[in-house]
Design a protein around this ligand. Structure first.
Ligand SMILES: *Cc1c(COP(=O)(O)O)cnc(C)c1O
Length: 491
């Protein structure tokens, strides 16, 4: 039944410390032609560490093989579908890596004189222009380094703007389908978080929103399409409710890969939003970055954007620090430049029609998976599927099998797990996002695997409950692994 993998690579690999032997090294230097100097003498005892012991000593080939073998223990987008919903784990064209590594770009330094940075500034300005075009917004800052960082920047803008009107207000509304970063951000920026209920269609309940919106509300943070993969059809009405009370509409745009080229948040009432360039615009992610979370805004928020702003006079760009209402800096220099280069390369390579096609393919792929799996799994929200689809484990739970068990079993079939137990409003959520880059054959293999797992649940639930069986390490205690990780080797 398992079509994709027969078994996983299980080469045992000791630690470098364990294969170390004294005197081995992975480098070769010419013999000294000057007198040797003692480190303590040259640097002073205070500057030389003495407590490092047992550093591994290995040859070059041992070193290379060690890390190459370790890399085979991991799943990667280069091995197959990585259906982790909300995360948009798509394949990113290699060519954009090459572009980001171009000598003049990779070696440029943010402190080099402005007249030597004109090319880099032009890249930033062009990217700003295209991202404004994609979102329908008036201006943008490229500084924030991630989605959550963009959220914080965006809410600081809202706060500063409301302060300038005389009252920063007290509360931020967050739908119960929101990504966990949204309420965390609102709390960090000093707002009280008020949860707004979703209705049976998985969308914001307008009556609940209306009831919650008063003149203490600074903003609503809405994700669209939301984390159930459903487009908030009433977004214009929701914006009107907020605006009527002088509050702002914040959009978490991490799911822009479902909208680019089709519709624009600026046209449906959004005042401020972030994007995840590492989800939508071609920076590989996972493993902690780097990323970029640009924040796009409507004109009334522009005076508050982080400094410096790019200023263009004639053909010359320079930095404008003279912005008295700015929230200040949110990151060193101008953001993660390499990520911004990749995003512009991706946009220019695709052009408008190409970006639109990528969006349509993302929607089509999610739809394809939904249709393939609908007969086998419960689908609590049946609104049209955008870029991701969320099933529930309800049917399988009757046999004692939960979303996490099936996700572990999926590993045996050669796929990365889907997102489990999120969003919280779907009981036993199984959140699947194929992205636009998956070929039909891979989607079919995935659907086959999921159907096969559904059958295993019927016939032999223990097989699924005890999965994975084919990996190097069997199921681990995830709580213990997170709470008490042992990360230091001792002899
Ligand atoms: C990924 C994601 C975020 C957070 O982005 P980071 O870059 O991980 O900080 C926020 N909201 C949604 C909906 C996301 O999918």
């Amino acid at each position: 039944m398992i079509k994709k993998v027969r078994r996983h690579i299980v080469q045992d690999e000791p630690l470098l410390f364990e294969i170390s032997s004294p005197g081995k090294k992975a480098y070769q230097l010419p013999e000294l032609d000057v007198p040797a100097v003692d480190a303590v003498e040259a640097l002073g005892a205070a500057n030389v560490r003495s407590e490092i012991e047992g550093f591994p000593e290995v040859s070059e080939v041992e070193n290379i093989r060690h890390y190459t073998r370790l890399s085979t223990w991991n799943f990667a987008i280069d091995l197959g579908l990585y259906p982790l919903g909300s995360c948009t784990m798509k394949y990113n064209p290699r060519i954009n890596e090459l572009v980001a590594r171009t000598e003049g770009l990779a070696w440029g330094h943010p402190y080099q004189p402005e007249e030597l940075s004109q090319g880099a500034f032009q890249i930033l300005a062009t990217l700003e222009k295209y991202l404004c075009e994609c979102t329908g917004m008036d201006a943008i800052t490229l500084q924030p380094a991630a989605g959550a960082h963009g959220e914080m920047t965006g809410l600081l803008l809202v706060r500063k703007y409301l302060e300038s009107l005389g009252n920063p207000r007290k509360k931020v509304l967050v739908p119960d389908s929101a990504h966990g970063t949204n309420p965390a951000t609102a709390a960090m920026v000093g707002y009280e978080v008020v949860s707004v209920k979703s209705n049976d269609h998985g969308m914001i309940d307008l009556a609940a929103l209306e009831a919650a919106t008063d003149e203490d509300v600074a903003a609503l943070m809405v994700t669209n399409p939301n984390t159930i993969g459903v487009f908030e059809r009433d977004i214009v009405k929701a914006a009107a409710i907020l605006h009527a009370k002088g509050a702002q509409m914040y959009m978490d745009g991490a799911n822009m890969n479902a909208l680019v080229g089709i519709c624009r948040p600026g046209d449906f009432g959004i005042d401020v939003m972030h994007m995840n360039l590492h989800k939508t615009f071609s920076t590989p992610h996972g493993g902690g970055g780097p990323g970029a979370g640009p924040v796009a805004i409507k004109k009334h928020l522009e005076p508050f954007l982080p400094v410096p702003r790019l200023k263009r006079i004639g053909r010359k760009y320079s930095h404008d620090y003279d912005r008295p209402q700015s929230i200040g800096k949110v990151r060193a220099f101008y953001g993660n430049f390499g990520v911004l280069v990749r995003a512009l390369a991706y946009i220019l390579a695709h052009g408008g029609p190409g970006l639109r096609n990528a969006t349509i393919d993302a929607l089509l792929n999610a739809q394809f998976i939904r249709k393939g799996l609908e007969p086998y799994f419960d689908l609590p929200v049946t609104e049209p599927t955008m870029h991701e689809v969320v099933f529930s484990h309800d049917r399988q739970e009757a046999k004692g099998v939960k979303t996490g068990d099936m996700a572990k079993r999926l590993i045996d079939y050669g796929f990365h797990a889907y997102t489990t137990s999120f969003p919280l409003i779907v009981h036993g959520a199984m959140m699947i996002e194929p992205t636009e880059t998956e070929p039909k054959r891979e989607l079919e293999l995935f659907i086959d695997a999921m159907i096969s797992i559904a059958k295993e649940v019927d016939e032999d639930p223990q097989l699924v409950i005890k999965a994975p069986h084919l990996t190097r390490t069997p199921r681990v205690d995830e709580t213990l692994a997170a709470r008490r990780p042992i990360v230091r080797w001792k002899p």
